[in-house]
Ligand binder design. Structure first.
Ligand code: BGC
Length: 722
């Protein structure tokens, strides 16, 4: 071992028995074994079959006493736990590891903190629409402070899967369709979670996932195959992981899917050659949940023992909850089928993270008191509010917004009254009562309002009668996005559209507030609704942020980071498509569909404001390493606002076909009414190159076109010769 802790790790390794080494690779979840006479899977099936309600199951689970496998822990057979939080519980488990095991090696506690621990911020897809690396870092710092106070050491985040297919439910967890934007997001999150010293008790080790290609699952169906050229893989999938590694990420989680026929969990080329030897990653890998066992289901491993061998040989260090390593590695090593050096390699990497986190010196990084003092602080809520405001995207506004101060509102639809629905997917530790619904926000600010669920026409008519403006909440429930939530139909349910028709018939201004974890197919909504605010799943400060935007206390500034298609049939829909020989045009024999328009409903980069912006004086200076683009951006309207300056480039003819345009730089700029600013965008030349079919990196040369605007609308452009 070359690193700072190499000697300590080697000394410790030399004292460890085979079982103790295998124990370090084993991550357990709390199991409810023994609490019921049937397995958890059977219980879930009872809910699916209607034999038990979700609520009944929830109650049963909350009353069950979790089993932490303490006997195994005492025997040194567990190195880590997944999905448990709380200073008291985690410190008690840590005490067993440190005081009651033979070698006293501390445990590592991992948890999914994707967009907040208790101060839930907008889902990552939403937060990416803020185009604001400083904000991305700030929210990660809050996540780290809260989660570490609850005893957590590592978060399985950021999720940096480039996602171009809105059918895939997990698009909610990442930063959208563009490799450059996702890279900036991932790096900012790693900086925020980890800080500059992992030894500090208020930071988390980050674990970027899912390595790699998961976002390209065929047809947007979760866990499905991924089959793509290596050149495409290098240009569209890898950059965000490379960016996280450059930012020092300490963990990488291999993806569930296979990549060109080899499940990532067993891909030595991916996890060792590419990840470590080429990209220079020097942290630990942890499998996805049960993924090692699933190598058998993939049809790659003959049985669980074979799965253990394949995964550890490929470079998977820790086994998340499948117990395949625990059951098989010692036997494989004793029989000489697996070199002990491979086991030592995995153990060393895990010990290294434990040393880096300072766990050997300070295994209890938190106390119950610190936890109590660190959750949902007012300053955290403030940042969550800022994030929600910056994440929301004004999609349409026919002169209705901002609302006059005295407007009386009619709130329609349970999404406007719901607290729990505001958090979105992967908010495991969220509590409904922490969230502010739109209804709560109206209450809190003394805004006159009436509420109707929309189910009863009489109730609705009454509520509308006493109001000036109708707000209607539409879209998806949080359970409709996230893991295992792929959808084949992305349209708004007919019942919701029927309520909208009914509301429009009243002849009063109608504002649609959309709550969703993915782009939806909303051509009809765009036609009918005079005003649409995309709120996503905005987190604990949802209602306050929505109300501030609607009344113009804050000017909307979010811009979409994923294309909104006309229908699911258009998926994957993304702006940076490859040039074809027959670009879509009027002729039938061009690349398009007969039954939907060529242009998406709303493109990547799109979003409205209460003011207008104009660009001028675009210039470029070229040096050996970089290009520097300068442009003047002005706020031409009467209110202050933030513009997202987006710079795209189109490459000249090359030996491999390239996208029509690609994002290469962006900047969020705040401009007072009538103010002008010069914005400088630095673009490393390396960012413009590409891989040829033989996977050689080629520099970009020739005549390049830069445009500033969103992905569909040019505002200003400049051609340069490189
Ligand atoms: C997900 C991961 C997550 C893990 C642990 C898996 O099902 O794919 O993203 O980190 O569970 O909760």
């Amino acid at each position: 071992m070359q690193n700072k802790y190499g000697d300590k790790i080697n000394q410790l390794l030399s004292k460890m028995t085979l079982d103790e080494k295998v124990g370090q690779l084993r991550q357990c979840g709390p199991s409810l074994a023994g609490a019921f006479s049937v397995s958890l899977e059977e219980l879930l099936n009872m809910v699916y079959d209607g034999k038990m309600s979700g609520e009944e199951l929830k109650k049963l689970l909350s009353e069950a006493k979790p089993d932490y496998h303490e006997e195994d822990l005492r025997a040194g057979r567990i190195g880590s736990y997944n999905g448990i939080a709380g200073a008291e519980t985690l410190n008690a488990l840590q005490r067993i590891a440190v005081e009651e095991t033979r070698l006293g090696i501390p445990l590592l506690f991992g948890f999914d903190v994707l967009h907040g621990y208790r101060t839930i911020t907008p889902i990552p897809l939403a937060e990416s629409c803020a185009w604001d690396p400083e904000l991305w870092e700030k929210t990660a710092i809050i996540s780290a402070r809260e989660a570490s106070s609850a005893g957590i050491h590592m978060t399985y985040a950021p999720m940096v899967d480039v996602s171009r297919d809105a059918r895939w439910g997990r698009v909610a967890e990442g930063a959208g369709e563009d490799p450059y934007l996702v890279s900036c997001f991932g790096a900012a999150k790693v900086r925020g979670f980890q800080g500059d010293d992992l030894n500090r008790p208020d930071v988390l080790a980050a674990c970027a996932k899912h390595f790699a290609g998961y976002g390209a699952a065929e047809a947007g169906r979760d866990y499905n195959r991924v089959d793509m050229s290596m050149a495409r893989f290098h240009e569209e999938i890898l950059p965000p992981f490379a960016a996280c590694i450059r930012a020092g990420v300490r963990g990488i989680m291999p993806a569930f899917n296979d990549l060109n026929g080899v499940p990532c969990t067993a891909d030595r080329w991916l996890l060792t050659e590419l990840l470590r030897e080429t990209l220079g990653f020097d942290g630990m890998t942890i499998s996805d949940a049960n993924a090692i066992a699933e190598l058998v289901d993939h049809g790659l491993a003959t049985d669980r023992e074979d799965a253990a061998r394949l995964a550890i040989e490929a470079g998977v260090d820790m086994d998340m909850t499948s117990d395949v390593y625990h059951e098989n590695i010692a036997g494989l090593v004793s029989r000489g089928t697996l070199p002990e050096s491979l086991l030592d390699r995995a153990v060393s990497r895990i010990l290294q993270i434990k040393y880096e986190l300072g766990l050997f010196d300070n295994p209890y990084r938190t106390t119950v008191q610190r936890e109590g003092e660190s959750i949902l602080l007012p300053q955290y809520r403030e940042v969550a509010g800022e994030a929600a405001e910056k994440s929301m995207v004004l999609l349409k506004n026919e002169g209705i917004l901002p609302l006059p101060e005295e407007a009386r509102l009619c709130l329609v639809g349970c999404l406007l009254a719901s607290r729990g629905e505001m958090t979105g997917t992967w908010a495991i530790s969220a509590r409904d009562e922490d969230c502010v619904s739109v209804l709560d926000a109206c209450e809190g600010r003394n805004i006159p309002y009436a509420y109707a669920s929309g189910a009863d026409s009489g109730e609705l008519e009454k509520a509308v009668a006493d109001s000036d403006v109708i707000l209607v909440g539409m879209g998806e429930l949080k359970s409709q996005s996230g893991e295992g939530a792929s959808r084949a139909d992305l349209s708004i349910p007919t019942q919701q559209m029927a309520v909208l028709d009914q509301l429009l018939a009243f002849g009063k201004p109608v504002v649609v507030v959309l709550f969703n974890g993915r782009p939806l197919a909303i051509p009809e909504l765009r036609e009918k609704a005079p005003c649409v605010l995309e709120a996503w799943h905005p987190g604990v400060e949802a209602g306050n942020a929505i109300v501030r935007l609607l009344f113009g206390e804050v000017n909307p500034s979010g811009r979409l980071t994923m294309t909104f298609p006309h229908s699911a049939g258009q998926c994957p829909a993304y702006y940076a498509h490859i040039r074809t020989g027959r670009p879509a045009g009027k002729s039938r024999f061009t690349s398009k569909y007969l039954d939907v328009p060529v242009e998406p409903v709303y493109p990547f980069g799109y979003g409205l404001s209460y003011t207008t912006f104009a660009y001028s004086d675009m210039r470029c200076t070229v040096s050996d390493q970089d290009l520097l683009i300068k442009v003047v951006v002005g706020n031409t309207g009467n209110v202050d606002g933030d513009e997202i300056v987006q710079c795209y480039f189109s490459a000249p003819a090359t030996s491999r076909v390239r996208p029509t345009r690609q994002l290469v730089a962006f900047q969020r700029v705040s401009l007072k009414a009538k103010e002008h600013k010069t914005v400088s965008l630095e673009i490393p030349r390396r960012q413009l190159g590409y891989h040829d079919r033989g996977m050689n990196y080629r520099e970009c040369s020739g005549s390049i076109l830069f445009t500033i605007g969103d992905a569909m609308h040019d505002r200003i452009h400049l051609e340069i010769d490189l």
